[in-house]
Design a protein around this ligand. Structure first.
Ligand code: MN
Length: 197
């Protein structure tokens, strides 16, 4: 995964790598709140809580692994949202090459993988994230993380994530979380996912 470093001690807001109206299955309204308000608040809180923590100047991955409480919640949400927003795009919506080989090896097929990923996202109780990660043996695993959780904390390498906090889908899908999850496959850029291996 691409780590994030503070600039002069401050974490900056990421810019979306696509136009706000490019994703279709996520509306401009959702993006403007989710990126412009929710992520902005996590970035601001992280920068407010960092001084005096002993983790100043560290990359986000180290803060996520080493912090607790409010600092962890905000650092985790910054990293999770950057990974979420950066993995979408208008191209490469099917895994190929090494990524496809690994998915077929560990889940049987791309269809079987998507089904398990959606099911784990749909059954996560409350707020959190469903993740595809690489484990220490080089195998792909799907995990559920509550709230700001990130698989880095369990020694995994995170590759792909769907946000299942209601703020991620309520404007567009209301309570239909499964519909939101199945729609996201239309915008995942698998070249970005593979680059995180
Ligand atoms: Mn979110």
């Amino acid at each position: 995964m691409r780590d994030i470093l503070p600039v002069n001690g401050v974490f900056e807001m990421m810019q979306l790598p696509y136009a706000a109206d490019a994703l279709q299955v996520i509306s401009v309204g959702t993006l403007s709140f989710h990126h412009g308000k929710h992520l902005k608040a996590y970035v601001d809180n992280l920068n407010r809580l960092l001084p005096g923590s002993g983790l100043e100047g560290k990359p986000i991955s180290e803060i996520v692994k080493q912090s607790e409480g409010g600092l962890f919640n905000n650092a985790g949400q910054v990293l999770n949202h950057v990974m979420y927003f950066e993995q979408f795009g208008t191209e490469h919506h099917e895994p190929t090459g090494k990524m496809l080989e690994m998915i077929v090896r560990d889940f049987g097929s791309f269809e079987a993988f998507k089904k398990e990923f959606e099911q784990k996202g749909a059954t996560l109780f409350g707020s959190g994230w469903v993740w595809l990660s690489l484990n220490g043996e080089g195998r792909l695993v799907i995990t559920q993380e509550a709230n700001a959780g990130n698989p880095l904390r369990s020694g995994l390498t995170p590759l792909l994530t769907f946000d299942v906090w209601e703020h991620a889908y309520y404007i567009d899908y209301q309570n239909r979380r499964p519909d939101y999850l199945s729609a996201l496959w239309q915008i995942v850029d698998w070249q970005v996912v593979e680059s995180r291996l």
